[in-house]
Write a new protein. Sequence first.
Length: 369
Amino acid sequence: MILTKTVALTLALTGLTPSSLKGQLDELVRAKAVTAALVLVREDGRDRVLAAGVRDVRSKAPADPRGHFRAGSVTKTFVATVLLQLADEGRLSLDDRVTRHLPGALPEDSAITVRQLLDHTSGLYDYAGAGIPGWSVKDYRPRETLYDQTPQELLAVGLSKKPYFAPGQGWRYSNTNYVVAALLIEKLTGRPYAEEIGRRILRPLGLRNTSFPGHRKNLPEPHARGYAPYRGRMVDATRMNPSLEYGAGEMISTAKDLATFFDALLGGKLVSARALTQMRTLRDSGGGTGYGLGLQAFPLPCGGKVYGHSGGTFGYLTYALRSDSGRTLVLSANPYTAPIPQDALAKALDTVFCQANKPMSSRSSPGLS
């Protein structure tokens, strides 16, 4: 799920070059803004990785830069990519009504198109928003987050509320869109959406550390533990049933795998040039950001944009971003108790993509590998 303001805390890196990011991350740990943070910067096919903080607050074991994490809404870009591949193959048109291919999922007279699912202009109510007690992904509930859910149950919650607007008449981020999108993949291919992503993306790219856990509650090792506020204290939120998120955010990954995926996608290796252009065609999503078809765009202080997606679920926050020059930044953090700097994202983009807008030298800086 997307938690833009919260995710931004991992990005308070102003005034630093990529080779000195660890000092800023260490400061975030000391301030208890995060318990752990992982960063990967990729340029010219070479990675620089680092970690700060601890895997858990009890053992104090150091965080591992190779660690797995819940990638949240970054899942949406994988789902959108498969649907764009199916469009490239002539299996559907982005401007087809969803009911043409997925009868019964939406009301029979629904005019919502595939494109409107992917760019959040459908108007469908967000089942995971804060407006429905027991379903919000913003308010941690230890028991409820372990329940088994079906995509049909998630969709039913979203359809139980009045739409935000008529299809195509506005923009509103809604996880319900990507529940429908994942169901659409299953209908068109005859396979679970996660299996189809594995067949079309994970295996061809060698993303061996990316998974769609379904109802499995644990993360692969190594991983840092996630924490969330509950009744006035921070509790361990690592174990959860990701069926609550399905195609909107269930994926587990690593920084290296996400960098490889976004390099392939934005480098034109996964969809046609026409499809990629459509993915990058943006709707205003507020705060100077834009949203395409499963892609977010963030403006750079020095001009231009970076494309990718953010993700946030209980205890885990992620950004995966790539510039047109090919520099990629992936961050994962485990938030804790400190206030979040409001301008942190802009500062980080300036640091990584503007101030450091030249080939990285010192490839063997301390704390990097």
